[in-house]
Design a protein around this ligand. Structure first.
Ligand SMILES: C[S@@+](CC[C@H](N)C(=O)[O-])C[C@H]1O[C@@H](n2cnc3c(N)ncnc32)[C@H](O)[C@@H]1O
Length: 517
């Protein structure tokens, strides 16, 4: 029935409601683990709930693992009538009550079913930009009212589900949540991490290997969180596991709660050779941010329109003054060392330029008819309504970036020691699009490079030696093993090797230390 409903829906529809069912074998693994924690719950019995029941994978697993005698009640909530009907048809006879509706509304109204003591859930993963503003604000207010947590506007729907369902659950109840692991790494996950370390007793966090995507079609890497709704003991430690299955993980470690509270990246646990993510910098030693200002490359709003082959621009007679050399996307850039021709353009097969002009339209029309003609073609492409283009004045003026000798690609793959991102040594005047991070030397490194320009080569070599482990550890990972890194994350990578090679550089780091000392 699940497969049948899935095939009747478009991918967009499934994404909108986060409709990706839990493979039943995984649901059974999760139920078995929970069973090992509630052996003692004989008297009061199990009151099961799944706040987004789908076709009932978790109820099916609960039935198989907890004997039906111990299940005193079971409730599943589901927004989509097709799934609600399917769940009812499949499981009503086995004791599942299916409530059709929006869980985030039901949980606050009088018709909310009695509080469960066991919650097994794989909530909708709907990303924040697919949630409308009013709904997001409603959820933020509700989460704050029920749990005291201020959820960041960038958080996906699953964060609200977890908080609201836990507020609903009976004290001392046990919950298992299959959710994206992204919150473990990013700033907007901080509130949820705080909740998990301080308000409930997190027992287990099992992260799947991102190379082994759980749901072929939902591009995320996931984690199972299991916690008890009771405040944690001061000395509590959480079992973090990675890879393999819940029952037989590839790596495990106990992480004291105190350490978790101070950790930015939870995916670094368990630190084990099999977990390919760890961070070296503890925020104490020198980091790349001490020596580079890291800034994303420019977002043109439409590369297809603003970025042209240099020869094409010439053929059209576009004025060179309003064209800047720009690097091709990382996929088309085969080298990591870029030399320049006499005009500062990269010496590569396809030289590209970006239109960047600050003259007002009447001036362009009067003085640069060829450019004016080209700009007129934007209307037909339908790009004028774009957010970025609409915000700019004039609309063909780009963000200002100086060329920089070092760049880093912003996303990529790689496991083991292989770097997922490439560092580029750029000796041309080209800037990068937002598929690159631009590293501008600053402080003592900038001074050193001005005095000894030859050392740029060694700087590039040191960047090339940052391990793949550390880059992945600071960045974030998506299902299927795609890694991304943001400027602030790259800035946190350890730069110990720079200071080892050039001890004089440490003056910056130390003076900063003194400042905050
Ligand atoms: C990721 S699926 C998981 C389904 C099921 N729990 C499982 O594990 O197979 C999430 C389910 O949540 C439902 N859903 C989405 N938004 C909801 C809402 N606001 N309230 C209740 N259910 C919702 C979707 O229709 C979908 O069936």
């Amino acid at each position: 029935m699940q497969a049948d409903i899935d095939t009747r829906k478009s991918a967009a529809e499934r994404n909108r409601l986060g409709q990706f069912a839990t493979p039943n074998a995984l649901a059974v693994d999760i139920a078995q683990y929970v069973e090992s924690l509630i052996i003692d719950r004989r008297k009061s019995g199990i009151r099961f709930a799944d706040p987004s029941i789908g076709s009932g994978s978790f109820f099916s697993a609960a039935l198989a693992v907890f004997s039906s005698k111990r299940m005193k009640s079971a409730v599943g909530i589901e927004l989509d009538p097709a799934f609600a009907d399917a769940a009812r048809e499949l499981w009503a006879d086995a004791g599942l009550e299916v409530v059709r509706g929006d869980f985030t509304r039901i949980v606050t109204n009088g018709s909310c079913p009695a509080a469960p003591n066991v919650v097994l859930a794989n909530p909708p993963y709907v990303r924040h930009h697919h949630m409308d503003r009013e709904d997001k604000e409603r959820l933020q207010r509700l989460a704050f009212k029920l749990t005291g947590v201020e959820v960041n506007g960038l958080a996906g729907l699953y964060v609200y589900f977890l908080l609201l369902a836990t507020a609903w659950m009976e004290d001392d109840g046990i919950a298992a949540w299959l959710i994206p692991s992204e919150f473990m790494d990013v700033n907007y996950g901080a509130a949820l991490k705080g909740y998990l370390t301080d308000k409930v007793t997190l027992l287990r966090a099992h992260r799947f290997d991102p190379d082994d995507v759980q749901f072929g079609d939902a591009l995320v890497s996931s984690v199972v969180l299991v916690f008890r709704k009771t405040p944690p003991a001061a000395a509590h430690a959480v079992e973090f596991t990675f890879g393999g299955t819940l029952a037989e993980p590839h790596a495990r470690d106990l992480i004291p709660r105190e350490r978790l509270r101070e950790s930015r990246k939870w995916t670094a646990y368990p630190s084990h050779a099999k977990n390919d993510r760890h961070t070296l910098s503890d925020g104490e030693g020198p980091t790349l941010g001490d020596f580079f200002r890291v800034q994303r490359g420019i977002a043109t709003g439409c590369n297809k329109f603003f970025v042209l082959d240099r020869t094409d621009a010439k053929r059209r007679g576009l004025p060179g003054k309003y064209l800047r050399p720009i690097l091709p996307g990382p996929r088309h850039l085969k080298t990591t060392i870029i030399d320049a021709d006499g005009d500062g353009y990269p010496l590569i097969d396809r030289q590209l330029c970006v239109i960047d002009c600050d003259l007002p339209e009447p001036m362009v029309e009067a003085k640069h008819p060829a450019l004016w003609d080209y700009l007129q073609t934007a209307q037909a492409l339908g790009i004028m309504d774009g957010y970025l283009i609409g915000k700019r004045s004039p609309w063909y003026k780009q963000e200002q970036r100086q060329p920089t000798p070092f760049l880093c690609t912003y996303m990529g793959r790689g496991s083991g020691d292989k770097q997922p991102f490439r560092f580029i040594w750029n000796r041309s005047k080209a800037i990068g699009t937002n598929l690159y991070l631009m590293l501008y030397p600053q402080n003592s490194l900038a001074t050193m490079l001005r005095r000894y320009p030859d050392r740029a080569e060694a700087v590039h070599a040191l960047l090339g030696q940052v391990t793949g482990y550390e880059l992945r550890g600071e960045g974030r990972v998506y299902g299927g093993g795609l890694n991304k890194i943001e400027p602030s994350e790259l800035a946190r990578v350890s730069a110990e090797s720079f200071v080892e090679l050039w001890p004089a550089l440490s003056s910056d780091v130390q003076s900063q230390g003194k400042l905050f000392g």
